[in-house]
Design a binder for this molecule. Sequence first.
Ligand SMILES: NC(=O)c1ccc[n+]([C@@H]2O[C@H](COP(=O)([O-])OP(=O)(O)OC[C@H]3O[C@@H](n4cnc5c(N)ncnc54)[C@H](OP(=O)(O)O)[C@@H]3O)[C@@H](O)[C@H]2O)c1
Length: 205
Amino acid sequence: MRIGTLGNGLMAEALAGQWVKAGHDVMVGGRDPVRAAEVAKRIGAASGSLSEAAEYGDGVLLAVPADVAVDVAAMVPAGRTVIDCTNALDHRDFTLAHPGTAEAISRAVPEVQVVKAFNLAAETVWRNPPVGLGVPICGDGGMELVQELVRDLGCVPVEAGGLRRAKLLEATAALAIGIWVGGGDVRGMFPRLADAFGAVLPGQP
Ligand SMILES: NC(=O)c1ccc[n+]([C@@H]2O[C@H](COP(=O)([O-])OP(=O)(O)OC[C@H]3O[C@@H](n4cnc5c(N)ncnc54)[C@H](OP(=O)(O)O)[C@@H]3O)[C@@H](O)[C@H]2O)c1
């Protein structure tokens, strides 16, 4: 598929680099053409302005600071899927500066499909994703496109509900990052379903 990135920073390079390797056509979009071209060259993609990348992609990765996410997402044409990986993290105490970024994008740009995804792990993880890592995604449309992009990383898409639940994913990222920074083990916090409830539900490991 054709993928545009809005932003040419760490997340755009990490994720788009994997999608190039998976055979997708990628355009890295940035506000500075030189920086966008440098990143694109490193990963083997094309480059363009933010609006060119927004026009280009069937899927458009929104990888900018959360406080400008709504304004930047407004460049995406109707019918496309915006993949929102932003975290409105308040680094002072690892809370959210403002919850509900994905929903705010959807309210402001209702003609696009917004899917929250990839916000739970650091860009270093996406450069070399652990095989089988679960990637929760929240959205009301565009889910199949994002599921494909998750699988392209060797990861497993986890349907985490509609866009109304995206704010929970945003809060989970803030919680997890705070625990990581404090030296805690986030992956050790969640038992398997069977271990938690003593029963295995159909389709659950
Ligand atoms: N880094 C991580 O590990 C990680 C993990 C999960 C989620 N996230 C989230 O992903 C998003 C991107 O993070 P990142 O690490 O890739 O950030 P980054 O490396 O700092 O890159 C940010 C990108 O946003 C662009 N940008 C900044 N202000 C802009 C504006 N006003 N208008 C248009 N573009 C603007 C920057 O453009 P210039 O190059 O021109 O400055 C840059 O291309 C953030 O919301 C972050 O919370 C990050």
